[in-house]
Design a protein around this ligand. Structure first.
Ligand code: ACO
Length: 434
């Protein structure tokens, strides 16, 4: 809960003066509480893009973009660099505390137990064209999952919620891998109960019926970290969508399926795909990284250096710092001769020492490194945003549950400033001119 500050905000409007309380979060972020603005003044606020609007109070993730700080449930993201698994972080986000060894064992066991899809669901993949975008399949299949688990539509208590959360976190990876296999016309590979979360996903992606994929430790570690670093980012577009849909009383599956749709867009989860498109463009267009950076600085060119800059972080994005360190270690071992990765390294080198980027505080963002790392570990470009969705799912679930418990029955319903036609009459068809 936020604390009420002794300060008050005063609004002077039409000769009248109105007072509004100021509230303060646990990290000192302050907000003017305008909950009764319309009732008191007849006015609403207008804030397209919600850059100045707090939609909720939340205790899950803290970001300070000026300082380059990101914390999950209070723990700085840097502390997740080496030891924890993605499933441990998922538990932390959802339950609010680190799991004890026995809680972790039960959760891991649930993730293994729930990883299979109903055979009826498996056949649904056949209905999609081979070229179907995997994000479309993912969203449709998460919704479809709800049909197979009607008992989880109404979550009465925390135990039921935990079952639903574990099912989703486990099965999203099976759905993602099957979507990929379907796009390639490959046989589906069943989850292997002996494998942990990340290697199991890679096994379903890359094993063949006649040859088991052997997951190198460095690939497992890199994907584990990518998932952890994408696990939550407070009220971003997809998370806000999940909360918005959930506020109508929609079940957890339907709400998370809507999050996938929001994440699909190139301004959100699709940015790391754009990084790869840029690298291809440089490679295939035979222009040098130096020339591309020159174009990115030229305001008339409309070219941007994809994977650089961030709306919130005006300092180094802490996630990019961590992925950059991993990329430096892994890329020479995984794909020393990939021309696209060589271009990426050169772009980074040029931009980080160029005054244009330094003065504007344009650092590589998380998408720059996740794109090149995912490519290096063999993930096809059309699956990049799907990987982001697997990572972001625990965040969506945590926000859905937090909202469910704290804002039950309060539907999210913004208002608008209407700018259309004023009152006019219907004209019958035979009296309308062409
Ligand atoms: N390449 C070249 N110039 C850039 C770039 C870039 N990638 N990003 C910003 N600039 C320049 C702008 O032209 C502007 O210059 P000016 O002051 O001379 O006019 C200045 O830097 C500030 O740019 P804004 O667009 O105002 O910065 P904002 O913070 O609003 O935008 C954004 C952030 C959208 C991410 C931007 O940096 C960008 O387009 N980056 C490339 C796309 C990208 O990587 N997106 C992924 C972001 S991470 C995520 O969403 C998960």
């Amino acid at each position: 809960m936020s604390a009420v500050s002794p300060d008050q905000a005063t609004l002077i409007l039409g000769g009248n003066e109105y007072q509004f309380p100021v509230t303060e979060g646990s990290e000192g972020e302050r907000a003017i509480d305008i909950g009764d603005l319309r009732a008191k003044t007849g006015h609403i606020t207008l804030d397209p893009g919600y850059g100045n609007t707090g939609s909720c109070e939340s205790a899950i993730t803290f970001i300070d973009g000026e300082q380059g700080i990101l914390r999950y449930r209070g723990i700085p993201i840097e502390q997740f660099a080496s030891s924890p698994t993605f499933t441990e972080v998922a538990w932390l986000l959802i339950s609010g505390k680190l799991p004890t060894p026995s809680e972790y064992a039960v959760f891991s066991e649930d993730l293994t137990r729930y990883s299979f899809l109903d055979e009826g669901m498996k056949h649904q993949f056949e209905g999609f064209p081979r070229a179907a975008p995997p994000m479309a399949i993912l969203s449709a299949m998460i919704n479809s999952l709800s049909c197979f688990h009607p008992e989880l539509h109404e979550l009465e208590d925390e135990t039921q919620f935990n079952h639903a959360a574990a099912r989703l976190i486990s099965k999203i990876r099976t759905i993602a891998a099957y979507a990929f296999r379907h796009s390639r016309g490959l046989p589906y590979i069943y989850p292997d109960p002996a494998l942990r979360y990340v290697p199991n996903f890679l096994h379903m992606m890359f094993s063949q019926p006649y040859r088991q994929y052997v997951c190198p430790q460095m690939v497992r570690d890199a994907l584990n970290l990518i998932l952890i670093l994408h696990a939550d980012h407070e009220q971003n577009c997809s998370t806000s969508t999940v909360r918005m849909v959930g506020s109508s009383g929609a079940n957890l599956f339907a709400s998370c399926a809507s999050g996938v749709c929001a994440l699909w867009g190139p301004l959100h989860g699709g940015a790391n795909v754009e990084v790869l498109n840029m690298l291809h463009q440089i490679h295939d267009g035979n222009i040098t990284p130096e020339e591309y950076v020159r174009l990115a600085k030229d305001k008339d060119s409309k070219v941007r250096l994809m994977g650089f800059g961030h709306r919130v972080y005006k300092n180094f994005d802490p996630r990019a710092k961590m992925l950059g360190a991993i990329a430096e270690k892994l890329l020479p071992q995984l794909s020393a001769n990939d021309p696209l990765l060589n271009i990426a390294r050169r772009l980074e080198e040029i931009a980080l020492s160029d005054p244009y980027f330094i003065e504007r505080k344009l650092y590589p963002n998380v998408d720059f490194y996740s794109g090149i790392l995912l490519r290096a570990i063999g993930i096809p470009t059309n699956m990049f945003t799907v990987i982001f969705a697997i990572g972001r799912l625990p965040g969506w679930i945590a926000h859905w549950w937090e909202q469910n418990r704290t804002m039950a029955n309060k539907i999210a319903r913004p208002r608008q400033i209407y700018t259309g036609e004023t009152h006019r009459d219907y004209i019958p068809m035979d009296q309308r001119s062409e």
